[in-house]
Each structure stands twice: as structure tokens, then as C-alpha cells.
Design a protein around this ligand. Structure first.
Ligand code: COA
Length: 164
């Protein structure tokens, strides 16, 4: 049974390990080089009560994480966030992503965010399904904006507007 809680600085190594694995093996993220702990510390420091990071824990180990990150540093965008969601490869398909997305969306509501954007690479039907399940709607497709593993990749844009 996994439990979901707010991330702490001590979780950063595990968060980074899960993310770096996805960088190297998937097109879910358009990062192509593994992140260093230093880079991840900077990323962590840009999150707080309004832009939260949460983790899923099972048997005392971190098996997934989710975040709402500031969409833009231009102030008028301050109530808009972008969602990220990653589950350890060995633990996918067991409901952990579902728990994480429900909890991070609740966190965003508590933080009085107005809207959340998701950028989802083509073919990631599992992620699209999860986002639809918590109320995200399709708002467009950016054609061939990524190139990874030698191929061009479209990105689906999805959006949740709170209290719509
Ligand atoms: C996408 C990801 C976060 C989902 O987390 P997970 O723990 O594997 O997902 P869950 O087990 O909670 O839920 C999967 C859901 O997708 C459904 N599903 C499984 N395969 C599917 C498919 N091929 N198409 C559509 N839906 C699918 C399942 O039925 C389940 O839905 P349900 O709860 O309504 O039955 C995880 O697989 C992951 O980390 N993938 C790599 C990184 C990634 O893609 N991140 C998202 C970036 S946008």
C-alpha cells in the first residue's frame, strides 16, 4: 500500500533517480540529459505551499512523485501551474499515478491556483487517461515540437480550470 505526502528535501535523491530514469528511457520528458543533484536542489527551491511537490511512499521507499511548478515567472501567470507526474518503472500500473494526480490536484485547489496545464507527449495514453480522470480537457496539439531518440514528437496540451 502506498501513501502520499508532501515531499521534503531528504526525498530529493529518490525523486531525481526516478526522473533521471524517465529521461533516459521515455519521451515523457523532453529533458535528454540526467539532472544533477545541484540542478534538482534549484528546482526544489522553486516549490513551496503554492507550487507543491508530493511523493508516494511504499515500504519506506519513494516510488513516485508529482509537482505543480510555476508556469512562467511573468507575474500575471502566477495562478497557473504545470503538472509533472512520475512513478518508478517497477511500480507503474498499480494505481500510484492515480493517487498522486488526485492529491496534487487537491493541493493546487487548496493553494488557490486557478488553472493547471499538462504537456503530454504523443502516445502516452495512460497519462492522458489519468489527466482526463481528474477533469483535464484537451486544448490542442503542438506538432513535432520535440526530437528524442531520433524521432519527432507531438505534444498534447491539456488544461484543468478549477471551479469551472
Ligand atoms: C504515467 C504514469 C505517471 C502513470 O502512473 P501509474 O502508477 O503507472 O498509473 P496508474 O496505475 O495509477 O493508472 C493507470 C491508469 O491508466 C489506465 N491505463 C493503463 N494502460 C492504458 C493505456 N494504454 N491507455 C489508456 N489508459 C491506460 C489504467 O487502467 C489506469 O486507469 P484506471 O485507474 O482508471 O483504471 C506512470 O506510468 C509513469 O511514470 N510513466 C512514465 C512517465 C510519464 O509518462 N509521466 C507522465 C508525463 S505527462
Amino acid at each position: 500500500m502506498s501513501t502520499v505526502r508532501k515531499a521534503t528535501f531528504e526525498d530529493l535523491e529518490a525523486i531525481t533517480e526516478i526522473y533521471n530514469d524517465a529521461i533516459q528511457k521515455t519521451v515523457a520528458t523532453f529533458d535528454t540529459e540526467p539532472k544533477s543533484l545541484e540542478e534538482q536542489k534549484a528546482w526544489f527551491s522553486h516549490h513551496d505551499e503554492k507550487y507543491p511537490i508530493i511523493v508516494a511512499e511504499e515500504d519506506d521507499s519513494i516510488v513516485g512523485w508529482a509537482s505543480l511548478s510555476r508556469w512562467s515567472d511573468r507575474c500575471a501567470y502566477s495562478d497557473t501551474a504545470e503538472i509533472s507526474l512520475y512513478v518508478r518503472e517497477s511500480h507503474r500500473g498499480k494505481g500510484i499515478g492515480g493517487k498522486l494526480i488526485n492529491e496534487i490536484i487537491d493541493e493546487g485547489k487548496r493553494a488557490h491556483l486557478h488553472t493547471v496545464i499538462a504537456r503530454i507527449s504523443e502516445g502516452n495514453s495512460m497519462s492522458i487517461h489519468l489527466h482526463e480522470s481528474v477533469g483535464f480537457r484537451h486544448i490542442g496539439v503542438m506538432k513535432e515540437v520535440g526530437r528524442k531518440f531520433g524521432r519527432l514528437i507531438d505534444v498534447n496540451l491539456m488544461q484543468l480550470v478549477y471551479d469551472e
